[in-house]
Design a binder for this molecule. Structure first.
Ligand code: FE2
Length: 501
């Protein structure tokens, strides 16, 4: 009998979904507008197949699960499946969990430990982000190569190495698609093995072939979950999520939070090589995601919502102190690097000091690297109603608003998800035929705690206060999303087209 522990996984609405699904012609609250494009909203996330070996494991170690909503001719179909990684198949063959804690092969079952120590990428769960590229669909995690998945059936095809040309052992969960050049810019950290200080940056063409690769070393090994891309630079944050051989041999999860670690930003010229990287130093921060970056003369501007301290309680402080919840609040900030100066510092401005936001931030991807106006993310507004009678004691677990943050006029427009719902990361979908920035829809999943089901919200990105344009109703809880992506049937800047059937 399988039994999930009450810690290490989650309970109630958040317990593992533990099923695969197909729903044809989903129930909807309204018809889709005629200018809503055909395409797919693809989600990658977490769902334990077997319980974790250790209760203190990180949530990010759960098995990868890919799902999608297929939008075609006004109708929406849903399907969801586990990503059949090498690890998933090894567990199934043994009929138990063989893999220890998050990115630590020293904690694996003795039957596989020698192999996973030599090839840590065999431990990937492919549970973070979808990518559509070169006519293929992938599930990504930053500790291994992409896993290819059939877009029609969501059957797993296997790991993909870009025609054997890709050198790094790892691949980012946040590839950057340059809308001007049409190139995909990616990187792998710990690129040459467990704990390695090498980062390899790779440019991949639309044909899936590698155009160029370069490498550099980091000041210290840390999480580089996301980077920023401008027309002239790739900018890499190195910050307080640190690791080391000692902590891995002690059986700890890969990352711990070092509250004293300085932040370094590495600015790599896109027309240069790894030896041209320039490091700028600043105060301790946790930079998990970025929003956009832009070159303005000699100035390099990076916008990102990030934290003063570590946001994840399951990656605890290395000095033994308690996790500091008060520092796990993200604010939109604007960093300015003066590339004409000889200094190694930068300035930081908080753009919306009145609102702590989720760092799952988005823009209209057609404006990545370019002058832009709007950022989108979700946040919690305590002044909005919450129906505790129907939703239970979950007020501490809700994110109830999507915001459009106007970076020019510093104004916020708001969509409220309702008194029984919490919102996952949103994504911007351009209106069919539209070209102006922000002309389109915001989509994202709502967890309806009262109905114990998931609902896909569609709102007009220019009229968020007007509420739902429509909701797609699933008759169950969908697996938890880490990141989603809209893949348009026509607009290749969103990584399409793909044959979703
Ligand atoms: Fe991410």
């Amino acid at each position: 009998m399988l039994k999930f522990p009450s810690t290490g996984t989650a309970t109630g609405f958040f317990q593992p979904e533990r099923s695969e699904a197909a729903v044809y012609d989903c129930e909807m609250t309204n018809r889709l507008p005629a200018d809503f494009p055909d395409g797919a909203f693809v989600r990658v996330g977490l769902d334990w197949f077997y319980p974790p070996m250790y209760k203190y494991d990180a949530a990010f170690n759960a098995d990868g699960y890919i799902s999608l909503f297929r939008f075609k001719a006004g109708r929406v179909d849903y399907k969801g499946r586990w990503v059949r990684t090498t690890r998933w198949k090894d567990d199934r063959a043994a009929d138990r969990q063989l893999f220890g804690v998050y990115r630590n092969p020293y904690t694996d079952d003795p039957s596989i430990r020698a192999e996973t120590l030599a090839k840590p990428y065999l431990r990937t769960v492919a549970n973070t982000t979808p990518l559509a590229w070169a006519g293929r669909l992938f599930a990504l995690k930053e500790d291994a190569h992409p896993y290819e998945v059939d877009p029609k059936t969501l059957e797993t095809i296997g790991p993909w190495d870009f025609y054997t040309q890709y050198q790094s052992q790892t691949f980012t969960a946040h590839p950057k698609l340059d809308p001007v050049s049409g190139e995909l810019i990616v990187w792998g950290y710990e690129a040459t093995g467990l704990l390695s200080d090498v980062v390899i940056v790779t440019v991949i063409g639309r044909d899936g072939h590698v155009r160029s690769q370069t490498r550099f070393k980091v000041p210290y090994v840390s999480m580089i979950h996301d980077a920023a891309l401008s027309q002239k630079h790739v900018i890499f944050p190195t910050y307080g999520y640190v690791t080391g051989l000692e902590r891995l041999k002690e059986g700890k999860v890969h990352w711990g939070w070092d509250p004293k670690a300085p932040t370094y930003w590495g600015v790599l010229p896109r027309d240069g090589s790894g030896k041209d990287i320039r490091w700028f130093k600043g105060p301790t921060r946790a930079i998990i995601h970025t929003l956009n970056a832009e070159n303005r003369g000699n100035k390099l501007i990076v916008d990102a919502a990030y934290f003063d301290g570590g946001p994840f309680p399951f990656f605890p402080p290395i000095d033994g102190s308690r996790w500091d919840r008060s520092k796990a609040k993200a604010y939109f900030r604007r960093l300015t690097f003066d590339l004409g100066s000889r200094g190694d510092t930068y300035t930081e401005e908080i753009l919306f000091p009145e609102v702590a936001v989720s760092d799952l931030q988005r823009i209209d991807d057609r404006f990545l690297t370019l002058p832009y106006r709007y950022g989108y993310t979700q946040y919690y507004d305590p002044s909005r109603p919450f129906d505790e009678k129907r939703s239970g004691n979950l007020r501490g677990r809700i994110v109830n608003c999507y915001g459009r943050f106007d970076m020019r006029d510093r104004k916020i427009s708001t969509y409220f998800g309702g008194p029984t719902c919490s919102l996952e990361e949103c994504f911007f979908v351009p209106r069919k035929g539209g070209t102006a920035e922000g002309d389109g829809y915001l989509i994202g999943m709502a967890s309806n705690y009262a109905e114990m089901r998931s609902e896909l919200v569609i709102a007009d990105a220019q009229h968020l206060e007007a509420g739902d344009v429509a909701r797609v109703i699933l008759p169950f809880r969908a697996s938890a999303q880490v990141h989603g992506k809209w893949v348009d049937d026509e607009r290749t800047v969103y990584g399409g087209p793909l044959d979703f059937g």
